[in-house]
Design a protein. Structure first.
Length: 204
């Protein structure tokens, strides 16, 4: 057990093995039915990526950013040099996985265009399409912010991939401010986004 839990890779592999056992139980009790199972599998992967993404978004905004001013200067490099770059890796790829699996899921379930047009191609007759569409648009905006605003600016702030070399302290401070503001925008949007997504599945 110690070998399993002391190694993250082994822990994650064990988690997927247990999930596969649950799949075998499902197949035995109910019988495998592809047209139902594959959209479920994509939804599961969509949720896993979303938990990674939003979890790290909230970590940055609820934990790291408010705590950084309280950390002694000599210790801040431990966060900015090691923790933040690793968190940003999983943060941005969690965002990518969420949007990709979400779009695939919408296509498999036949509501991709209905959702992205906010129900316009159905003459706004289906409130579920409007709700899921709002959630998808908010998620898409958040994904765009991660990849094209937050990540480029954080590379300058943390000097990742050489992006911070040669820039002035003023430019670095401006990049930090922009990344922080758009991270807060994503935190704000995450709340109605989750409401729209969950409501589309439960109250419409």
């Amino acid at each position: 057990m110690a070998a399993l839990l002391s190694n993250l890779r082994n822990t994650v592999i064990a988690g997927f093995v247990l999930a596969f056992v649950l799949f075998l139980i499902y197949a035995e009790l109910q019988g495998y039915y592809g047209p139902q199972f594959w959209p479920f599998l994509i939804r599961w992967l969509h949720v896993i990526c979303g938990v990674m993404w939003i979890g790290l978004l909230w970590y940055f905004n609820f934990v790291q950013t408010p705590t950084m001013p309280k950390i002694p200067d000599e210790l801040k490099k431990g966060v900015s040099g090691y923790i933040a770059p690793e968190a940003l890796f999983w943060f941005r790829w969690g965002a990518m996985g969420t949007i990709v699996f979400g779009i695939i899921l919408a296509q498999l379930n036949g509501y991709l265009l209905e959702a992205y047009t906010l129900g316009a191609i159905e003459n706004f007759a289906n409130p579920k399409s409007i709700a899921i569409g709002i959630g998808m648009w908010l998620g898409t905006i958040m994904w765009f912010n991660v990849w094209f605003v937050i990540w480029p600016n954080q590379q300058k702030v943390l000097n990742l991939n050489g992006q911070g070399e040669g820039i002035t302290p003023e430019a670095k401070a401006a990049a930090a401010k922009t990344a922080g503001q758009f991270s807060r925008i994503n935190t704000l949007l995450s709340i109605p986004m989750l409401f729209a997504m969950v409501s589309a599945q439960n109250i419409y």
